[in-house]
Design a protein around this ligand. Structure first.
Ligand SMILES: Nc1ncnc2c1ncn2[C@@H]1O[C@H](COP(=O)(O)OP(=O)(O)O)[C@@H](O)[C@H]1O
Ligand SMILES: [Mg+2]
Length: 251
């Protein structure tokens, strides 16, 4: 049984392989994510973490193995792909907000266009979400008028506006000034506590310890080690993980 009481996993990757030309970036990846689970993916740059994220909402294709989402093989095209994209939210390092739309418009665009919500209904819900991430008062501003931390919270509200079954976070705090990291992590910890299924690529160990159910350590396209945050950070099992942790802990 998972935290939410539904035994069927949300995401299952089986023997997934992916190449970029001659570069083998995902090697025999086997990973299951339960409903309500928070998985933190950690590992050296170039190890395949972003690619792994992107295969789950099919921003990247795979060339071997299978991925199922919510019991079905992930779609490759058409309506089923549009549905997958609406069910799997994504928050990137670089915010990716629409620069010429207001904060509220950034959050309501998807629900109106993809979900067919009326503009007033989308605006009401959008305002609720902006309040929830602490930026209700900024709704009529444009992204450039907000700090990085505020923009990233808008990106999270935008993902939530689609009522996703899962959110992928790819280094959501890496582009932020240090004083803004915590406000974004706090929102993410809140979501985790409410039972959102999340895969989070991050090196923020405080977040992993507070919110993760499991840490997945990836290097050279492979999952090297999987463990609870406590076990992983205090007693990594592999040299590779120990070496990596010693590097991120000492800088
Ligand atoms: N679109 C792409 N075309 C070619 N190579 C890519 C592409 N995206 C990523 N790579 C390469 O794949 C490897 C894994 O990249 P990535 O998934 O971004 O790793 P990470 O997120 O762990 O830093 C790296 O060697 C990277 O240079
Ligand atoms: Mg990356």
């Amino acid at each position: 049984m998972t935290k939410n009481g539904d035994a069927a996993p949300l995401v299952v990757l089986t023997d997934v392989n992916k190449h970029f030309g001659g570069l083998h970036v995902l090697r025999d990846i086997n990973l299951t994510i339960s409903r309500g689970e928070v998985v933190v993916v950690i590992g050296p740059s170039g190890g395949g973490k972003s690619t792994l994220c992107r295969t789950i909402n099919r921003l990247e294709t795979i060339d071997g193995g299978t991925i199922t989402f919510d019991g079905r093989p992930i779609a490759s095209e058409g309506r089923a792909l549009a549905r997958l994209r609406s069910e799997v939210g994504m928050v990137f390092q670089s915010f990716n907000l629409f620069a010429h739309k207001t904060i509220l418009e950034n959050v309501t665009l998807g629900p109106v266009k993809v979900r067919g919500l009326s503009k007033p209904a989308a605006a009401r819900r959008g305002m609720e979400l902006l309040e929830r991430v602490g930026i209700g008062t900024q709704a009529s501003k444009y992204p450039a008028q907000l700090s990085g931390g505020q923009q990233q919270r808008v990106a999270i509200a935008r993902a939530l506006a689609m009522d996703p079954k899962m959110i992928l976070f790819d280094e959501p705090t890496s582009a932020l000034d240090p004083e803004m990291v915590q406000e974004v992590l706090d929102v993410m910890v809140g979501l985790a506590g409410e039972g959102m299924t999340m895969m989070v690529v991050t090196h923020e160990m405080g977040f992993a310890r507070r919110a993760a159910d499991r840490v997945v350590f990836m290097a050279d396209g492979r999952i090297i080690e999987e463990n609870t945050p406590d076990e992983f950070f205090t007693a990594p099992r592999t040299d590779r993980a120990r070496d990596f942790l010693s590097k991120i802990l000492t800088h």
